[in-house]
Design a protein around this ligand. Structure first.
Ligand SMILES: Nc1ncnc2c1ncn2[C@@H]1O[C@H](COP(=O)(O)OP(=O)(O)OP(=O)(O)O)[C@@H](O)[C@H]1O
Ligand SMILES: [Mg+2]
Length: 77
């Protein structure tokens, strides 16, 4: 199904540790905005376990928002 970046944080439980770890990757110099390289982070897991939701939480994370001037959500089937 096509997805959007919209997430209702009020109904998401846990994921604090995963979010913290992935946030470090996203804002790090290796994969972050200040690097010329394009970084890719793969979130792998069984269907429905919450991969896209975790990506949404990161996309809307305040620290991630601060790091990038421009962001875009792309959904590829
Ligand atoms: N931490 C969470 N707390 C509450 N609900 C959650 C959580 N993570 C995911 N969900 C809910 O579980 C459902 C499946 O989540 P999601 O679509 O992120 O899974 P997915 O791993 O991306 O699935 P798929 O493999 O089909 O792409 C959604 O309705 C989502 O809102
Ligand atoms: Mg998904």
């Amino acid at each position: 199904m096509p997805t959007s970046s919209v997430v209702d944080k009020a109904v998401i439980y846990g994921r604090d540790d995963e979010r913290k770890k992935l946030r470090e990757y996203v804002v790090s110099e290796d994969v972050g905005a200040s690097s010329n390289k394009i970084g890719v982070i793969a979130i792998v897991g069984m269907g429905g376990i919450g991969k896209t939701t975790l990506a949404k939480l990161l996309y809307n994370d305040d620290e991630v928002k601060d790091k990038f001037d421009l962001k875009a959500w792309a959904c590829v089937s």
